[in-house]
Design a protein around this ligand. Structure first.
Ligand SMILES: Cc1cc2nc3c(=O)[nH]c(=O)nc-3n(C[C@H](O)[C@H](O)[C@H](O)COP(=O)(O)OP(=O)(O)OC[C@H]3O[C@@H](n4cnc5c(N)ncnc54)[C@H](O)[C@@H]3O)c2cc1C
Length: 336
């Protein structure tokens, strides 16, 4: 049986700049005038106040909402199919990386792929679900650059709620015109190209990512043939966090692909040393793939640091620096 077809005269017309309502429909839905003019033409919040009797939203047809979303999303999919840099994971490290790259290089096309619906990873709360976020100095400089207020406790600073850090960082990243966040989207695999070396004839370089809706990715076991999509990029930065159903994705895949011998596995907690190690070791692990944040602790067998988040922010700063130092070279290698 074929699906029902909707047959009606469209109230939408094309005006050359996109779609617009036909005039008569817009008039029919216009708000009644009152002493203060139409409430739906208010220019300030003050003009709305005490005017709720005549209040009405501007007219809309449901398909306009659909088209407003899908037109932009599919244009973004088209644009970012060839990205300059892909960041996997929008946790504290991935977002910090994006912030640094977006600030330094407004000319680069940067895609962030986040498996969850809500970006931010584990940085919406401090340790044991408490609100405050602790960062050891000198990570306070990152907070200052984002104008995030904190209390200074000497060797460390405290943001009153982790969500203040994450929401501020996220809002700045999303405001960059050259950064696109695709959330609810999972990286299912890495795109590779042969890059043999004298030591390893089977070596590859990373040339992009394979993506799918997260909900689709979660159902590969009970639904068959749900093929993915791809994004080509000369450089990928993986910040997928601890090992888990989605976490440590890229480095686990590198082991399966025999590009890393094995993972070191995260070690016990040692706050004083662990943060330095994560920041210092943030690097290009395989050609074209930089790893940062807690995903890196799985590669190096680094200690965990507990609920102190400075290493995640500064690992992002270092990941961006590493990225910009190799990007031009990787771009030249990534011609085919
Ligand atoms: C077992 C455990 C131990 C912890 N120990 C510490 C600790 O020692 N120190 C500490 O600071 N914090 C710890 N945390 C808390 C928290 O994970 C980190 O602080 C912090 O959030 C890590 O930042 P991140 O950016 O590296 O990763 P996350 O905040 O975990 O962000 C990773 C993001 O990547 C996304 N992602 C994962 N896989 C994919 C994929 N394939 N495609 C697309 N997106 C993907 C996730 O959805 C997530 O949003 C721990 C958490 C757990 C579960």
């Amino acid at each position: 049986m074929s699906p029902p077809a909707a047959i009606h005269e469209s109230p939408i017309t094309s005006n050359g700049n996109g779609l617009a309502f036909k005039k008569d429909l817009a008039v029919k839905h216009a708000a009644p005038a009152n002493g203060n003019g139409n409430a739906n033409q208010a220019k300030t919040l003050a003009e709305l106040e005490n005017n709720w009797e005549s209040f009405t939203f501007s007219p809309i047809r449901e398909s306009q909402v659909s088209r407003a979303m899908t037109r932009r999303y599919f244009a973004d999919l088209d644009t970012y199919a060839e990205s300059d840099i892909v960041i996997i994971g929008a946790g504290s490290c991935g977002l910090s990386t994006a912030y640094m790259l977006g600030t330094a290089r407004p000319d680069l096309r940067i895609a962030i792929i986040e498996a969850g619906v809500a970006p931010g990873g584990g940085a919406w709360l401090g340790g044991q679900l408490f609100s405050a976020m602790v960062m050891r100095k000198p990570a306070d400089v990152f907070l200052t650059s984002l104008s995030i207020p904190y209390e200074d406790e000497g060797d460390f600073v405290v943001v009153k709620h982790a969500a203040l850090f994450t929401s501020t960082l996220l809002s700045k990243v999303l405001a960059f015109p050259n950064v696109k966040l695709f959330n609810a989207t999972t990286v299912e695999d890495l795109i590779t190209r042969p890059a043999p070396t004298a030591e390893n004839p089977d070596a590859v370089r990373i040339a992009g990512v394979v993506t799918n809706w997260t909900l689709v990715s979660m159902h590969h076991d009970d639904q068959s043939c749900m093929d993915p999509n791809t994004i080509n990029a000369p450089l990928v930065i993986s910040t997928t966090g601890h090992d888990g159903p989605f976490g440590a994705f890229s480095v686990k895949r590198l082991v399966q692909m025999q590009q890393l011998e094995k993972l070191g596995g995260m070690r016990g907690l040692d706050m004083a040393t662990a943060e330095d190690a994560i920041v210092k070791q943030t690097r290009e692990v395989v050609k074209g793939l930089i790893v940062g944040g807690m995903e890196l602790s799985e590669v190096d067998g680094a200690n965990r640091m507990g609920p102190t988040f400075g290493a995640m922010a500064l690992s992002g700063v270092k990941a961006a620096e590493e990225a910009l130092s190799v990007w031009e070279e990787r771009r030249k290698e990534n011609v085919e």
